[in-house]
Design a protein around this ligand. Structure first.
Ligand code: SF4
Ligand code: SF4
Length: 141
């Protein structure tokens, strides 16, 4: 029949007009991502024992852990850097962390213009462990 394809197309279009809305008004409304989404990282500094297992597990040498030995002989975290431009988001670092100090977050808005801005200092490298900051700092271009 002539126009059959047109009618079938219209049927699909009308069906979507009155069907359930599946689009999301991003960026006004943030999307509901699955819990397993791997976008960014969070380091819970208090939980980190500076063992370096995450850095050793990483196949791309994304992670750099700096630490000093305290008077109690335990390692204290003084720096934690990630070069996310090389990250595969494979999750080996998160899986290997023995204290659950490293986790994925759903913060996916990471686009930037300069490669230097893909370097993140979760703990800025310090020699004075008392002045370690616990904020995530994006490096300047
Ligand atoms: S997700 Fe994979 S590639 Fe990225 S830092 Fe962790 S181990 Fe390395
Ligand atoms: S994040 Fe986990 S695996 Fe990495 S140094 Fe800290 S405690 Fe060790």
């Amino acid at each position: 029949m002539y126009g059959k394809g047109l009618l079938e197309g219209l049927k699909i279009t009308v069906g979507h007009l009155f069907g359930k809305t599946i689009t999301q008004k991003y960026p006004e409304v943030k999307p509901n991502l699955p819990p397993c989404t791997r976008c960014f990282f969070e380091l819970i500094e208090e939980k980190c024992i500076a063992c370096g297992i995450c850095a050793n597990a990483c196949p791309n040498n994304v992670i750099e852990v700096q630490s000093v030995r305290g008077e109690d002989k335990k390692r204290k975290l003084t720096g934690y850097k990630m070069e996310l431009g090389y990250c595969l988001f494979c999750g080996l670092c998160v899986e290997s962390c023995p204290t659950d100090a490293l986790n994925f977050t759903q913060d996916f808005e990471l686009s930037c213009y300069h490669r230097d801005n893909t370097v993140y200092y979760f703990v800025e490298g310090q020699t004075d462990e008392n002045s370690v900051e616990d904020k995530v700092k994006k490096s300047e271009a």
